[in-house]
Design a protein around this ligand. Structure first.
Ligand SMILES: Cc1ncc(COP(=O)(O)O)c(C=O)c1O
Length: 418
């Protein structure tokens, strides 16, 4: 078959599936989970994976778009997930949420809702802005670009957390949104959310907490007696919280939620359109057709593990993270700040971190990296149990080689996604 000629003569099912499986196993694909894969990968054990995948398959062909018309079972599943999250995040009686296809869509709504609220009550032509820490996820800029909002992102700095003084000075009467992350992607160190909440209350500005990574960790870490800052509706300035169930809710890819202090605000993110031959069109978020599988898998993992099951797996994963931090410090590494989730960044004084990262990857340790401060990033899961010492030994060997000039780096930039 010529490359790309997919629509030539059809091929037997077994042949097609064998071909696809061959591609999946090919050398260019990194195994998606453990023991040497430390880039974002969300694994909580084979049992949880099976529950998620089987639940996904049960609803793989039902269209989530029609959950309120053709597939009420999906609608009910959605309501139960939202109610459970509202309770988990200490929402008041008014709390609710919108389920989305992922963190990016949740952040789009987190921008859209306060911007639309402001537009609805504003007079004249105003250009609204959003104020972000330097570490906030770029999906917020994507959202702002689509909505033609101005982004005021804090300048690059060596501090790991949101610069509240800068954010305070960046706000004006056209600021519709402040963001803090729990925790941000780069270093895994929590933003000062209490201070951001105080600012939001004082200036009456919407505060969104991006808990895409931490939303399904922190509540259970707290229950396990681990340090876990308040990030949710306990903070009075917080109006919305995003949480990715397809990350550490261990569901199949394609499901997240934007939780709201007041569910009536969801109307500001809703698209309702009537001037169309097919009649009323309405969607709560950005996506149209999508499989019901991811939603079903989120429901199933929550039902399977229950609160105590999450507390146990979260405790287990944090203990593995601690083993890595200790082992890395044992070979001279320095951890950046005090992470509360499963990921952290570190550097080894005296060597170029990006060169260390490049050489680790060359040796089959698939780690992440950051540009400022130059560092190596690891995201842990239960598949890494027992790997802390072998990792630290590999790290120490590479550091020695770099110091002795036996290895070099090529000066490549750090890449998150392309
Ligand atoms: C803190 C944070 N927010 C938002 C996102 C975007 O999520 P997604 O990739 O599901 O769109 C990510 C992705 O890693 C993230 O780490």
């Amino acid at each position: 078959m010529a490359d790309g000629a997919l629509l030539g003569t059809g091929r037997p099912k077994d042949e097609v599936l064998a071909l696809l499986s061959e591609r999946k196993q090919s050398g260019q694909n990194i195994p998606w989970r453990g023991p040497r894969m430390f880039r974002p990968s969300y694994f909580a054990g084979d049992d949880v994976l099976q529950v998620a995948q089987q639940a996904f398959n049960l609803f793989i062909s039902e269209n989530w778009l029609y959950s309120r018309t053709s597939f009420p079972a999906l609608g009910q599943i959605e309501d139960e997930v939202v109610t459970s999250l509202a309770t988990l995040f200490h929402g008041p009686a008014t709390a609710g949420g919108v389920m989305t296809s992922g963190g990016t869509e949740s952040l789009m709504l987190a921008v859209r809702i306060p911007a639309h609220r402001a537009e609805a009550s504003a007079r004249g032509n105003r250009r609204f802005n959003i104020v972000l820490p330097w570490s906030a996820h770029p999906a917020l800029d994507k959202a702002a670009a689509l909505m033609q909002l101005e982004v005021r992102r804090a300048p690059a700095a060596d501090e790991l957390v949101a610069d509240v003084a800068w954010m305070t000075s960046a706000c004006d009467e056209d600021t519709v949104l402040l963001v803090g992350s729990a925790p941000p992607y780069p270093y895994g160190v929590m933003d000062p959310l209490q201070a951001l909440s105080d600012l939001a209350v004082e200036r009456n500005i919407w505060l969104h907490v991006d808990a895409c990574l931490g939303g399904m960790i922190l509540p259970f870490a707290a229950a396990a007696g681990r340090p876990a800052d308040a990030f949710d509706f306990r903070l009075p300035g917080v109006r919305s919280v995003s949480v990715d169930l397809h990350k550490f809710g261990w569901a199949s890819k394609g499901v997240s939620a934007l939780m709201l202090r007041d569910k009536a605000d969801a109307d500001h993110g809703r698209t309702v359109f009537t001037n169309w031959p097919a009649g009323l069109y309405g969607t709560p978020g950005v996506a149209g057709t999508r499989s019901g599988g991811a939603l079903a898998s989120a429901w199933a993992v929550m039902r399977y593990l229950g609160h105590q099951g999450f507390v146990e797996r979260v405790g287990q994963t944090l203990a593995i993270r601690d083993d890595f931090m200790l082992a890395i410090e044992g070979v001279g590494g320095r951890i950046l700040g005090q992470p509360q989730g499963y990921h952290f960044a570190f550097h080894v004084p005296g060597v170029d971190s990006l060169a260390v990262a490049e050489n680790l990857t060359k040796d089959g340790w698939y780690i992440g990296s950051l540009e400022r401060p130059p560092s190596i990033q690891l995201m842990l899961n239960v598949g890494h149990a027992g790997m802390a010492e072998p990792f630290a030994a590999a790290l120490a060997g590479i550091v020695d080689d770099l110091k002795a000039g036996r290895r070099q780096g090529s000066g490549k930039r750090s890449v998150y996604s392309m």
